[in-house]
Design a protein around this ligand. Structure first.
Ligand code: PLP
Length: 386
């Protein structure tokens, strides 16, 4: 085939991709208000492309990228006050972080029962099926946090571990991790903290003086913490990290890997891209601790503004926001979500709590909220919510 034909085909394929992409909602448009993922920081985009060909599943082929991964894990270890014995396992996101944590709990204890709050992410349903684990649900308090006295009643000799949520998917609620951790330490229970969303929010909220419970390794009894760079880490999909209190525990999730450059491989994935790792590291280096504080300060500022504008319409919130997540109480959330989507706005419905979820990610500005409010008002009036 001639050069000209190939050049033409190249352009045709790109045009075809553009046509598909135009059908997508985009973070850049500001019209996605319900997602916990972010428009990646510009430096994440740049780093991602540079490391596109790297494979951290075969680390001796990319010692430089491996070193980036180690530096990034060290950054998170410091952020989460991890002890020197700790390590981190890079994962694709919150789901894989939770799977890996539960895999560790099962291997370390030989038991198959997990006690978790009603607010736990639906990835635990997958975990139960994958690993034949039994899930024991704990009810929530009126603040939407795990009820610790109810938790105590559900602990048995068959319990493999406890899960706490630091930033719930539906409302951004935070479980009382210090109290749960104390109990787990006393009972010698594995305790996983799912901070997929809150991991890059809570440390900075606390520094800004917000009244949010501690959730990291400073809390006695915390075994593992998962946190996602592709959520409030302001980086690109797919990247999360499972931080693990004792690096020796990794033996439980390591196998021999006879035909690649390393003799052993740890965790679920085999081939895995270094691109999102380089992206997340680049964001952490560029923003630094102070930069993340500013990101969280600004997200909370927009959240408070959105709260004022929404309640100003006469709508109410399910709870006072702990972080940059708003649950707006509605009688028929699915109808409102559908109508908003038809007008080009995406928010998420939470049927269980009869609300819609709005997440003020770093790319959401007050101007976007100002554009959204009249649309929300009109929609709610049309469907009889106002
Ligand atoms: N855990 C929590 C608390 C979450 O909010 C989410 C997703 O929103 C997950 C886990 C799953 O994360 P992912 O979709 O990145 O696998």
């Amino acid at each position: 085939m001639g050069r000209r034909v190939l050049d033409q085909r190249y352009q045709d394929v790109l045009r075809e991709l553009d046509d598909f992409q135009r059908r997508d909602f985009s973070f850049a448009s500001g019209r996605i208000l319900g997602s916990m993922c972010a428009l990646p920081h510009p430096i994440a985009r740049e780093a991602y492309i540079r490391f596109l060909e790297t494979n951290l599943g075969d680390p001796e082929l990319c010692p430089g990228t491996k070193a980036i991964e180690e530096r990034f894990v060290a950054f998170l270890a410091e952020l989460l006050h991890a002890p020197r014995t700790a390590t981190g396992q890079i994962v694709s996101g919150g789901t894989e972080g939770n799977i890996t944590a539960m895999w560790l709990a099962k291997q370390l204890t030989g038991k198959k029962e997990i006690v978790l709050p009603k607010s736990a992410h639906f990835s635990f349903a997958k975990i139960a099926s994958l690993m034949s684990l039994k899930l024991v649900e704990v009810p929530l308090t009126k603040e939407f946090a795990m009820d610790v006295s109810a938790l105590k009643k559900r602990i048995q000799s068959t319990t493999a571990g406890v899960v706490g949520v630091a930033g719930s998917t539906e409302l951004g609620a935070v479980d009382p991790i210090p109290e749960i951790g104390e109990m787990c330490a006393e009972e010698h229970l594995f305790f996983h903290v799912d901070a997929a969303f809150g991991g890059f929010v809570i440390p900075f909220l606390r520094e800004l003086g917000y009244d949010v419970p501690a959730f990291d390794f400073q809390c006695r009894g915390v075994s593992t913490i998962s946190l996602d760079s592709h959520k409030m880490g302001y980086s690109a999909i797919p990247l999360g990290t499972l931080m693990i209190r004792e690096s020796s525990w990794l033996r439980e999730i390591t196998v021999e890997s006879p035909y690649i450059s390393s003799e052993r491989q740890t965790g679920i994935l085999g081939t895995r891209s270094g691109a999102p790792v380089a992206a997340a590291y680049a964001v952490s280096r560029y923003l630094g601790h102070e930069g993340y504080i500013e990101v969280v300060r600004s997200c909370m500022d927009v959240t408070r503004y959105a709260q004022r504008r929404i309640t100003g319409l006469g709508l109410s919130l399910v709870m006072e926001p702990t972080m940059n997540v708003l649950g707006v109480r509605l009688k028929r959330p699915a109808t409102v979500v559908k109508r908003l989507s038809e007008q080009g706005w995406r928010v998420n419905k939470v049927e269980r709590l009869s609300c819609i979820r709005i997440v003020c990610m770093p790319h959401i500005t007050k101007q976007i909220i100002d554009e959204f409010i009249p649309v929300l008002k009109k929609t709610c009036e049309e469907v009889g919510e106002l």
